[in-house]
Design a protein around this ligand. Structure first.
Ligand SMILES: Nc1ncnc2c1ncn2[C@@H]1O[C@H](COP(=O)(O)OP(=O)(O)OP(=O)(O)O)[C@@H](O)[C@H]1O
Length: 283
């Protein structure tokens, strides 16, 4: 049985179709990266996975059961902009992840449970390279450090699925490279299933074990929102070369696919730009 399955899923907001006929089956432990022009529904797809949005048609299943719209420790989420609490120290931000998970009413742990949570949080901070900043506050951290903190906060709940919505989009290139290594290490150590949206196709090729492209296959220049997007490429990626890949992918075939995807995504972005819909896609 698939771990996650989308069967003929469509999503509309009011009368605007956003996603159309999504069929997908994902196994435990895959690292799924997702690219596509702005507005093609990547975040909406993540929101369906997180339970924040439900499908308008079709079925979204986790372990064979419909995905619930209740907040769940099964799923940890990290956004592009830092989703940490400014008034809590680094350590308390991570502990809070556990407090929400374990003590739903009070969101507070006491005594032995808190001591255990503290130890677990310190271990995780060590793994993301933030242990020496445990007593600092978010405003004292760089952007990369804040994203490390957001990842630690999501991972402390040991989620079955980690959802990353452009987590490195706001970071400088050098820091991004560090974060790539970190997320690959954590993925390999934890075996968590990861879904990550990125605007950078090269990043999608580099990090993913599988790459999905969301794109509109039909356009009406007079009614740019008339059609939803679907998955136009679903690629299993060669993982042997993590750490060596450049934007072009690791083989002639991936290089050619990279170019095709870039071409089609940019074409969609152009149509939308011409229709006055803002887009943004990295090369
Ligand atoms: N809650 C909502 N209500 C109405 N429309 C929405 C809502 N959320 C998203 N949309 C619309 O759905 C479409 C897809 O949005 P979504 O954010 O999923 O796209 P995206 O591919 O993630 O874009 P980006 O790359 O710019 O983040 C957009 O046209 C957006 O305006």
């Amino acid at each position: 049985m698939s771990f996650i399955e989308f069967k003929k899923v469509s999503k509309t907001y009011g009368d605007q179709p956003v996603l159309d006929n999504i069929n997908l089956s994902v196994k435990k432990g895959e690292f799924v990266t997702m690219v596509g022009a702005s507005g093609c529904g990547k975040s909406t797809f993540l929101k369906m996975l997180s339970g924040q949005e439900s499908a308008s048609k079709g079925q979204c299943l986790l372990d064979g059961q419909p995905l619930t719209d209740e907040p769940s420790v099964d799923r940890g989420i990290v956004f592009q902009k830092y989703s940490v609490f400014p008034h809590l120290s680094v350590l308390d931000n991570v502990i809070l992840g556990l407090e929400f998970a374990q003590s739903k009413l009070l969101a507070r742990l006491f005594g032995k449970a808190r001591a255990q949570a503290r130890e677990k949080a310190m271990n995780l901070l060590q793994r993301v390279g933030l242990h020496s900043a445990a007593n600092k506050y978010p405003h004292e951290l760089s952007g990369g450090m804040q994203q490390r903190l957001a990842i630690a906060q999501a991972l402390i709940k040991e989620p079955k699925i980690l959802l990353l919505d452009e987590p490195f989009g706001a970071l400088d290139p050098g820091i991004r490279a560090d974060m790539h290594q970190l997320i690959l290490d954590l993925w390999q150590q934890t075996g968590t299933t990861i879904f990550m949206v990125t605007h950078d196709i090269g990043e999608g090729f580099y990090l993913g074990s599988r790459l999905l492209v969301f794109d509109k296959i039909r356009h009406d220049p007079m009614a740019p929102n008339a059609w939803g997007a679907t998955i136009t490429y679903d690629l299993k990626l060669n993982q042997a070369n993590h750490g060596q890949l450049a934007k072009s992918g690791d083989s002639a075939q991936e290089h050619s696919l990279y170019n095709d995807i870039q071409h089609s995504v940019h074409a969609t972005a152009r149509v939308q730009d011409e229709a006055g819909i803002s887009t943004g896609i990295g090369a």
